[in-house]
Design a protein. Structure first.
Length: 445
């Protein structure tokens, strides 16, 4: 097929989608049917659909076919933080804040302003963080069941930065990383930026399918396993102690590094021990205070095996030199005086209240989530379309996320994630009622 004709077919289909002649959710012909209709090779039809997918105009679903995306929903929705109108309700990102947090910040700024080491905060800091700050973090981690030396701790500019420096320090271009088939979008962004080869592991009702992980490790050179054993995002799973032991055993047998993301772990009371507590020699643990305290407080921390610490330190130097000393000083004051523990306990209560509200207002729908999580996963019926539902809600000034940003496999489930921490309870209640109504209507469309 001549290149010009191939491009004309791509342009024609793209025009039909953008003008609405092909409606959102419409199933496109199979590759063979398109090839027969246009008189082209099947491989060329596949290339046409692949280019339309790259343009964000269609989505492929394994076993179901190729569908027209609702282009009112940006392709990066859920990964890229986009502005939400002031009159819209944001169920896309979590900004959990409690009354009185601003007053805590005012008081902390006054205390820092009158402290004896104010001049030191104006200077460059050690790349991995000041010794006293890392000691504060070590004491905090002990309360989470992680006993570690301050020398194994590095202060990062939030948990996302912690993941980024871990990738920079421990992985190379093309390395194979095992991830859940549904995983945190921020890690997907890093994998794309650093050209990692993500291998999706199916997710069961209890966590990752460890049989599938072991088969993967036996057949491919897996360099790392990225996992969220305590409060998985987006599913809210908590991995059992038995599965944690088996995951560590697989890593010891086949050699991959474990990257443990504990960003939401604070919401779960009395979980099994973190992986890093049992296997500190093969685990890099990443967490921070953005979720538990405030998203604007960009203080994260990494706990790593001694052999990885120098590479992590170089990665911090290459990216930020050091975490801003002022915010780190405030965060560590709050770690030491009990403010963080107090706020985390209040947020666990707040999240439980919001989850109870979800289960009340969306009763009868197949909800997936943890009782004290700030998000809920809502699978949709087979005939429903998540992008169509999301676009309808957007027109009603409600922002939600489809499964697309979380998906690492070729199959994108029809589901939406509802983030619950960015609006007041009365608004959340009325918004959930709208979500229910629209979801039911879409299922019968």
């Amino acid at each position: 097929m001549a290149a010009s004709r191939y491009k004309k077919l791509v342009d024609a289909l793209a025009s039909d989608i953008r003008t609405g002649r092909l409606a959102p959710g419409a199933r496109l012909p199979t590759h063979r049917a398109l090839a027969a209709r246009e008189g082209i090779a099947v491989v060329t039809a596949t290339r046409v659909y692949a280019e339309l997918e790259t343009m964000g105009l269609v989505s492929r679903e394994q076993g179901r076919g190729t569908f027209v995306r609702d282009i009112a929903v940006p392709a990066g929705h859920g990964i890229d933080q986009q502005a939400v109108a002031t009159d819209a309700v944001d169920l896309n990102f979590n900004y959990p804040a409690l009354p009185g947090q601003a007053d805590l910040l005012r008081q902390a700024l006054r205390e820092v302003a009158t402290s004896g080491d104010l001049d030191s905060l104006l200077r460059y800091q050690p790349h991995r963080g000041r010794p006293q700050d890392r000691a504060s973090i070590a004491r905090h981690l002990r309360r989470r069941g992680i006993t570690t030396d301050a020398d194994r701790i590095l202060v990062a500019n939030g948990a996302q930065h912690g993941l980024a420096i871990t990738v920079m320090a421990a992985l190379d271009v093309g390395d194979v990383v095992a991830v859940d088939a549904l995983t945190y979008p921020g890690f997907k962004v890093l994998a794309h930026a650093f050209h990692l080869d993500l291998e999706p592991i199916p997710v069961t009702t209890d966590g990752p399918d460890l049989d599938a992980l072991e088969r993967l490790c036996a057949t491919r050179p897996v360099s790392a396993v990225y996992t969220m054993p305590t409060l998985h995002n987006p599913l809210g799973r908590v991995m059992s102690a038995t599965d944690r032991t088996r995951l560590i055993g697989i890593a010891r047998q086949y050699g991959p590094l474990i990257i443990e993301d504990g960003s939401y772990a604070y919401l779960v009371e009395d979980p099994p021990p973190p992986l890093v507590a049992t296997a500190p020699d093969i685990t890099v643990y990443v967490s921070g205070l953005s979720k538990s305290i405030a998203t604007g407080l960009r203080v994260g921390f990494v706990v790593a095996p001694p052999s990885v610490v120098p590479s992590l330190e170089r990665a911090i130097r290459a990216t930020t030199w050091n975490t801003p000393a002022l915010t780190t000083a405030i965060a560590c004051r709050w770690l030491d005086d009990g403010t963080v523990d107090h706020l985390e306990a209040r947020k666990r209560d707040d999240a439980r209240t919001r989850q109870a509200l979800v289960r009340q207002e969306l009763a009868g729908l197949p909800l997936i989530g943890h009782p004290s999580s700030y998000f809920t996963w809502l699978p949709l019926p087979d005939n429903a379309r998540a992008d169509r539902l999301t676009a309808t809600l957007a027109r009603l000034r409600i922002s939600v996320t489809t499964a697309e940003p979380f998906t690492t496999s070729t199959h994108t489930p029809q589901a939406i994630r509802l983030a619950l921490g960015s609006t007041d309870l009365d608004s959340l209640r009325s918004t959930l009622r709208t979500v229910r109504r629209v979801a039911v209507e879409d299922a019968h469309a």
